[in-house]
Design a protein around this ligand. Structure first.
Ligand code: GAL
Length: 352
């Protein structure tokens, strides 16, 4: 029977208790989510023979999630996920200064992003499956961003075998935000150490090229005829060495999703031929950052002693485009008082 169990996941270094919620759906799929970073810690789904496997990167212990060097495994990132050029932006005539924590830029909300906070949580009733809502108020000027931002992220493990994230936020001052989930997927459940043979389709005819510091140049270019093209299912490793930029080599780009912003649409389909596991991503968001685990280098040892090697997992971070505040042609990432940020992403599992 579908249910939610609550347990302790330890205490942060500054003594805050962290809860872990284990969501089990009608078919026995399991998602574990914790209050530190509203993080997806574990995702157990069957392969084509019915064998369960955990398909996300994560750690056994809370202490490993705390350092700044943690690669954002499974976390909700914010207030502004992805990069803001030069750590500053101007809104309504005021210039705001942010932490410069990634080369010359701001990455994933600054020094202490949403992934490093303990969120409130409560089990909620949903007809679709077991569900937990995480909530926090990011105070005015936290990490330099204006406005008290009230955020709720609800995880539901649906009975049709999807993990659904529903993001809602309101503000009391004009601000910017870009919330996403930073799960790293390996559909073989790490039985194959890299994702280079996993086959990916992205529902995107265009992408946003970047400069050497991974800030978009502002162009929106067609993927057709380039190594960026995943409109047809293609093994991730097939052309990865030819991706411009780096080191490190690989994909770390925002794709412009085909279809209307704000409406659920196909984002991506990933398939592992060996295990037969497939994951289909759908979202209301306008873009997705496809990141092929380029900075993973084997130094992180995760759950069950697995070493996360280079390209050991990939991320599909559904989002607004990076650095939108500096790019008038990109969909706006501004939120004003009276408006509600309301976005949904689902990751649905099956086998073939
Ligand atoms: C991704 C980002 C990468 C890298 C990674 C964390 O979202 O696009 O460049 O910073 O997060 O290691």
């Amino acid at each position: 029977m579908a249910n939610v169990q609550e347990s302790d996941f330890g205490k942060t270094k500054d003594g805050k208790a962290v809860k872990l919620f284990t969501l089990t759906n009608e078919h026995g799929l399991v998602a574990k989510v914790m209050t530190f970073g509203a993080t997806l810690v574990e995702m157990r789904v069957p392969d084509k023979n019915g064998k369960m496997g955990d398909v996300v990167c994560g750690f056994d212990k809370l202490v490993d999630y705390e350092p700044k060097s943690d690669p954002y495994f499974g976390a909700v990132v914010g207030r502004v996920g992805n990069r803001i050029a030069k750590g500053e932006f101007t809104l309504d005539g005021t210039t705001y200064h942010l932490a410069v924590n990634n080369g010359p830029n701001t990455l994933h909300g600054g020094n202490v992003g949403f992934d490093k906070h303990v969120w409130d949580a409560k089990i909620v009733q949903s007809h679709d499956g077991p569900s937990v809502a995480f909530h926090r108020v990011s105070p005015d000027m936290e990490e330099g961003f204006p406005g008290n931002l009230d955020v709720t992220v609800t995880y539901t493990l649906t009975n049709d075998n999807a993990v659904r994230l529903h993001y809602k936020a309101t503000t009391d001052k004009d601000t910017i935000l870009n919330l996403t989930n930073h799960s790293y997927w390996n559909l073989s459940a790490f039985e194959t150490p890299t994702i280079l043979d996993e086959v990916l389709m992205l529902n995107a005819d265009y992408y946003t090229p970047v400069d050497a510091t991974l800030i978009p140049t502002g162009e929106i270019l067609p993927v057709k005829g380039t190594v960026m093209d995943f409109t047809k299912p293609t093994p991730i490793g097939e052309r990865i060495e030819q991706v411009p930029g780096g080191p490190p080599t690989g994909y770390d780009h925002n794709y412009v999703l085909n279809g209307p912003d704000g409406k659920m649409k196909l984002c991506a389909r990933a398939y592992d031929p060996k295990s037969g596991r497939q994951m289909e991503v759908r979202t209301t968001q306008p873009g997705v950052q496809f990141y092929s685990g380029n900075f993973l280098d084997g130094t992180n040892t995760g759950k069950n002693g697995v070493k996360y090697v280079n390209h050991g997992a990939f991320c599909l971070e559904t989002q607004h485009y990076p650095d939108s505040i500096h790019q008038p042609k990109f969909p706006s990432s501004e939120l004003k008082p009276g408006q509600t940020f309301d976005e949904t992403t689902t990751y649905k599992f099956s086998t073939r």
